[in-house]
Design a binder for this molecule. Structure first.
Ligand code: NOJ
Length: 767
């Protein structure tokens, strides 16, 4: 059985890879990204499901209905759980990972409860179950939805094998603030990239049919605006206007709905005074009515009860009433619904039909998952860490790494380098490289850079290991001197720095984004030796590393790369693979520049290249408003690295850019074609990016917006013609009357290797 399952999982991965058209390119022409839609995915006959749901619903007592709407976190005491299950008091369990116990609980639900409704077992599988993939922010740097889909497929195969059929992922909260610890968990600052990657992840989890035993339900979270927490401090309030919600924060969720996500989770924040868990405008008007969602909505953990802390509900009864009436179908975790709903219904404050609708939504998904037909798992099956899973994780880690600097072509490491010094607290830190939200991946199965480098070096290269610091926050500088003296004996230094995994993630926000502990001093001491220093940063967010970049000859940014991070990095360092990652979020020079993102509005006084900085201001300068533009005296305007930035070992040239027309109607599709040539010495992959600006609108529009991208692989000297298509309807925005409209007028368009490059071409949209 075991080997059968392994083969099955490999086949699924192969199928998945070959069906991902987004990133694959034919021999000499390439097509760019477009959206995932799930409209014609086969699933159990929906009319039959509705019939079954309704037939079951009429047999349920109010208590059993409320039971389905309640989720618990697994208790250590199985007996207590079985009692609740037998009495029909719970519909879902999270945080249970023992397949034997899962079967026991499922047997109790099916055989011992009155109606035999199966449980839905849930888990936070954010970037891998056992085989851990790079953190989602790292995966976003790949600009490759195929690897995201593949990673989610692997997670689904591993998790479903022990009975987990629901993950609380993807997190598609746009975040433009790296102080926020949860930036690690999402796909960065961009609306389009987040929408594409979120949809790819959903497709990977849910597979081609939700009722396949290896499919798990996705949960798009968190509705809405959670990533815009004021000050980057988790759980803090947000103040997002309806237009901005619709332009920036909601589109990835709409894409998730279109990709077939069957559940959504509310957020912890209040937006403009309305807690997300009580926001009927978002949950009912938008999600249900505008988008036609018919899966179910779960609250975040304890978020129903927290509406009393927000000052939005006077007591627990009011909190339960506001949540259920706003459209929260299931309460994570069972606190108020069970306690308050019966009375609220009696008092007429909640209609029983509201409860019925919530239960229908939940049961519909349980049927679609095939849980009624196939509730149990094979307790002995094991697909964890299958070779194909590890290969996929390595591929994802390789594609997630961004080359930020490569002076004098230090990388890839030349064969003449015979001795390398491996330094830094992240070089051999298996737990830390896994990143945030890892409950199940094991450090013993994780390959660190040090291990991979030793393996790759064999007898040909002498590896000296001297960490210098024991962990990222270590301030004890005693080791720094030792590390520097080892560096002095080497031909090249590899410095692995960054953040421990616990420094990012939920409730792990930072006000200072410089390297922690004495890591900056470590890099300075290594640079002082005069040896070439390659700095590799493993972190959960962009860090303010301008000083360390200057002191290093080359810099690779790998985020937290997961189980196979070591082998991926070793391959990249020695040129067995070539970096192709691009920044999924703007890297600030200083924390004070935040929020900093490329798709900003122009303002009335945009920054110019001739900024007057602190050093330029004379002493006793007179007050003047001449030349005043929007920038900082100490940090200027530009970031450290713009969105979409990343180098390669080779170079690329864009030429011969053609638009299918310079005047397009609203129903037309614009085709953009261009030549992309590899002008360097290495085979490489470029992420070509297409940006658009609507020059004048009934409301001001961003200076640039990413609309398409394509990963294009080229041999040295090879040239390909790339085609990107953009339906003009995708240029619609929420106008002055809050209607989604395409306005006629002039547009700018750029094709290039990041959000700041490319020459502007103009076109018009006409009636
Ligand atoms: C709280 C987090 O905000 C949410 O994303 C997660 O899924 C739940 N806890 C369950 O662990």
């Amino acid at each position: 059985m075991k080997s059968k399952l392994v083969i099955y999982s490999i086949c699924i991965i192969l199928l998945t890879v070959s069906s991902c058209k987004h990133a694959t390119d034919s021999k000499d022409s390439v097509k760019g990204s477009s959206m995932y839609e799930a409209s014609n995915l086969p699933h159990r006959d929906s009319a039959k499901i509705e019939k079954d749901v309704n037939a079951l619903l009429v047999r349920m007592t109010l208590e059993e209905k409320i039971g389905q709407m309640s989720q618990i976190s697994s208790y250590p005491n199985t007996k207590d759980m079985i009692k609740l299950i037998k009495d029909g008091e719970i519909g879902s369990i999270l945080n249970e990972v023992d397949p034997i116990r899962i079967n026991t609980l499922q047997h109790a639900a099916i055989e011992k409860s009155r109606l035999g409704i199966p449980l839905l077992i849930a888990r936070d599988i954010i970037h891998g179950f056992k085989t851990v993939f790079p953190i989602p922010l790292g995966q976003a740097a790949s600009f490759d939805p195929a690897i995201v889909e593949e990673g989610a497929r692997v997670s689904a195969i591993e998790a479903s094998s022990i009975g987990i059929r629901w993950t609380f992922s993807p997190m598609i909260d746009i975040s433009r603030d790296p102080r926020w610890g949860r930036i690690a968990e999402g796909f960065g600052e961009d609306v389009y990239l987040t929408a594409i990657m979120g949809a790819a992840m959903i497709k990977g989890y849910q597979g081609d049919s939700l009722n396949s035993p290896t499919s798990i339900a996705a949960c798009a979270k968190h509705l809405i605006g959670y990533g815009a927490a004021e000050g980057g401090r988790d759980y803090n309030s947000t103040f997002i206007t309806e237009r901005r919600l619709r332009e920036v924060y909601l589109p990835p969720f709409e894409a998730a709905k279109k990709a077939g996500a069957v559940t959504f989770m509310t957020a912890f924040n209040d937006n403009d005074g309305i807690p997300a868990t009580g926001n009927s405008f978002v949950l009912k008007e938008i999600l249900r009515k505008e988008w036609g969602f018919n899966g179910f909505v779960v609250s975040d953990w304890g978020a129903v009860n927290e509406m009393t802390n927000h000052g939005f509900a006077a007591n627990q009864a009011e909190a339960a009433m506001k949540a259920v009436n706003a459209g929260v179908d299931m309460e994570m975790v069972r606190q108020l619904y069970v306690k308050e709903l019966p009375k609220l219904i009696k008092e007429g404050k909640v209609k029983e039909s509201t409860v019925d609708e919530a239960v229908r939504n939940i049961l519909r998904i349980k049927y679609r998952l095939g849980l009624f037909d196939n509730p149990y798992v094979n307790e002995k099956a094991s697909v964890m860490y299958a070779p194909a899973h590890l290969k996929a994780a390595k591929r994802a880690a390789t594609e997630s790494v961004i080359l930020l600097k490569n002076e004098k072509g230090i990388l890839p490491i030349s064969p003449s380098v015979k001795t390398v010094a491996v330094v830094g607290p992240m070089a051999d830190a298996p737990h830390e490289q896994l990143g945030t939200w890892v409950f199940d991946g094991e450090e013993t199965r994780t390959i660190t850079p040090l291990r991979a480098i030793r393996n790759l070096a064999g007898n040909n290269i002498h590896v000296i290991y001297e960490p210098g610091l024991t962990y990222s926050r270590d301030t004890n500088k005693a080791g720094v001197i030792k590390a520097a003296s080892s560096a002095a004996k080497a031909d090249l230094v590899l410095a692995f720095v960054g953040e421990e995994s616990i420094l990012s993630g939920e409730a792990h926000c930072l006000a200072d984004l410089n390297l922690q502990g004495a890591q900056s001093e470590l890099i300075a001491a290594l640079a002082k030796t005069g040896k070439p220093v390659v700095t590799i940063v493993m972190a959960g967010r962009p860090l303010t590393i301008g000083k360390e970049v200057e002191e290093s000859g080359a810099v690779l940014y790998s985020f937290h790369p997961g189980t196979m991070g070591g082998p991926a990095l070793a391959d990249l360092l020695w040129g067995k693979a070539v970096p192709s990652g691009k920044t999924p979020v703007t890297f600030p020079k200083m924390v004070g520049q935040i929020p900093l993102y490329y798709a900003h509005n122009n303002s009335g006084r945009p920054a110019t290249k001739t900024e007057t900085l602190l050093k330029d201001i004379p002493i006793a300068a007179k007050q003047s408003s001449l030349g005043c533009t929007s920038f900082y005296l100490d940090a200027g305007f530009d970031p450290l690295y713009p969105f979409g930035y990343g180098l390669s070992y080779t170079t690329f040239e864009y030429s011969n850019i053609k638009l299918s027309s310079r005047a397009l109607k609203k129903t037309d599709v614009l085709t953009i074609t261009f030549d992309l040539k590899n002008t360097g010495r290495y085979e490489g992959t470029e992420v070509a990016q297409l940006y658009v600006q609507d020059k004048v609108g009934s409301v001001a529009r961003p200076v640039k917006e990413l609309k398409r991208f394509a990963r294009v692989s080229l041999q040295p000297n090879e040239k390909k013609r790339v085609t990107l298509t953009l339906p003009i309807k995708e240029l619609a925005f929420w106008n002055i009357n809050m209607k989604k409209t395409i306005e006629t007028g002039d547009f700018g368009l750029w094709v290039g290797s990041d959000s700041q490059s490319g020459k502007e071409i103009t076109f018009k949209v006409i009636e």
